[in-house]
Design a protein around this ligand. Structure first.
Ligand SMILES: Nc1ncnc2c1ncn2[C@@H]1O[C@H](COP(=O)(O)OP(=O)(O)OP(=O)(O)O)[C@@H](O)[C@H]1O
Length: 261
């Protein structure tokens, strides 16, 4: 069974329906990226999965015992409030000192334990947020635009780190990103949403899907092809045996993901 199975999900804010009839599943160990225009419901989808927003229809089924690790899009910390990284991480279900140290180390920031949160650089803060999500040893890591505000080398390094975390811990990753060319290269599958699932599949399939091109233009297709080439060499394009790795999968062809568009 999948780690996570979302069926016919709708999320509504008052009279505004942010998501409708969204279906997807995530298998163990795969990296899946959600792309979509601003306001297309990406954050709402992750927040629904972690239970932070109520769903108005559909269902979300987690594998028994699945632990989720969530890295939110933003963290508001009052810069005048003193808080060390260790203390911030201890807020997480009473994590032990050893757990904190190993999570920071895994996130690539072993030396920031006693630093003030407000003094961290953008890249360090993202890694501390990742470390916080890793403390509970999640089977599924959910990342909402984790490299927002980082420069290109910083975000490329962060995505490499995510691949390492996946390799070392075996966790699956579901993340949102706007950095199409980099992140799609690091993904086993891509799900393109715009209030509903427009299309999904491997990065090359999605980048050439008419639904994707209608949203992002065809210009990104070339960049994706370029990066996918690198990815093939580095990782053999392994898809960890999940059921969706091949073939064009668009709403119009697949009734289980039918969109009301
Ligand atoms: N708490 C809320 N109350 C009312 N409307 C909301 C709320 N959260 C999101 N929305 C609306 O739902 C829609 C989807 O928002 P969401 O943040 O999920 O999109 P997104 O794809 O993550 O956007 P972005 O790429 O800009 O971060 C938007 O129209 C947004 O204004």
């Amino acid at each position: 069974m999948s780690l996570l199975d979302v069926r016919d999900l709708s999320v509504r804010y008052g009279s505004h329906e942010a998501l409708h009839d969204v279906s997807l599943s995530i298998d163990a160990g795969e990296i899946v990226t959600i792309v979509g225009p601003n306001g297309s419901g990406k954050t709402s989808l992750l927040r629904a999965i972690v239970g932070a927003v109520p769903i108005s229809a559909g269902r979300i089924k987690r594998a028994s015992g699945l632990i989720l690790g969530y890295v939110p899009q933003r963290l508001h910390i009052d810069p005048t409030m003193p808080m060390t990284v260790a203390r911030f991480l201890r807020l997480r279900r009473g994590a032990t000192r050893d757990q904190i140290a190993s999570s920071l180390s895994r996130a690539g920031v072993p030396d920031v334990t006693d630093r003030q949160m407000a003094d961290l650089s953008g890249g360090q803060l993202q890694r501390v947020l990742l470390a916080r999500a890793l403390v509970s040893r999640p089977g599924l890591l959910l990342l909402d635009e984790p490299t927002q505000g980082l420069d290109q080398p910083g975000s490329a390094a962060f995505y490499r780190l995510i691949e390492e975390v996946r390799r070392d811990t075996g966790c699956a990753v579901l993340m949102i990103s706007h950095e199409l060319h980099v992140v799609m290269a690091a993904s086993d599958r891509v799900i393109c949403i715009n209030g509903h699932v427009c299309c999904h599949g491997t990065p090359d399939v999605v980048s050439s899907a008419p639904e994707y091109r209608a949203l992002f233009g065809s210009g990104t297709g070339g960049a994706l092809a370029l990066y996918r080439h690198d990815h093939d060499h580095a990782h053999g394009h392994s898809h960890h045996g999940h059921a969706h790795s091949d073939g064009a999968t668009c709403n119009h062809a697949h009734p289980e993901n039918e969109a009301a568009d």
